[in-house]
Design a protein around this ligand. Sequence first.
Ligand code: GUN
Length: 287
Amino acid sequence: MTARNIDGNALSAKLRENFATEAATLAQAGVTPCLVVMLVGDNPASAVYVRNKVAACEKAGIKSLKFEYPADATEAEVLARIAELNADPSVHGILVQLPLPKQIDEDKVLEAISAEKDVDGFHAENFGLLLQGRKSFYPCTPWGVMKMLESENVPIKGAEAVVIGRSNIVGKPMAVMLLSQGATVTVCHSQTKDLAFHTRRADIVVAAVGKPKFLTGDMIKPGAVVIDVGINRLLEGPDAGKLCGDVDFDSAREVASLITPVPGGVGPMTITMLLGNTLESARRAAG
Ligand code: GUN
């Protein structure tokens, strides 16, 4: 079997087109959707992500403002800006790009963002609502994965799903979303004793480990759906400098039925769902 790709660029383009229409409708009704992105420090990857987020907003007719702070910015400075943005009714989404410099407490900053403007879905209140199966802002990457599965009509009810990775941003919310839709979910991580034992039973595998080509074809059940959340830059070998995922694409695609490529898979969906959350927030503000 050779797997078919799930094209994140194509799905993103379709969704973003709808979002642009909706943004225009909201603007006509007097509510211009607005996202504020805060970037602290000089992490080059973060700078690229933020640039892409701002560009995607612009293209979809969502206003975006970028606030940049030096690497030695204080926690108080960042918190003061968040308080200001929380109180500003023209701002619908606030996103602080992670990671933050070490003098700034990430949890404190994320909790300071009003849950109603937490379009990243990282606030404890939103995470709690997600756990309870209630309406909240869903974290963008796992929500994007759910949209990809939905777009391919992948059966989730009763499916064996294995999530590799237990981060607050991807692994944990991913497991909860799959569970909410009726999958039997196993969460594997660095302490898991026999990873392949679990992954070989999975109808759906989501790899979010941050290790290049970690999940290989021999660890995958024939016909499984393989979702690759990893974005790694290869440092050596003939492909040095190229991007690759957490999945060894070449061996995995020989076994799986559907697979997400890197780049062009989950990556673009994260920003797409951020636009979706910002619009949702603007819609709620419009009443
Ligand atoms: N850093 C890596 N991914 C993300 C994300 O989705 N949101 C924010 N705010 N920071 C990140």
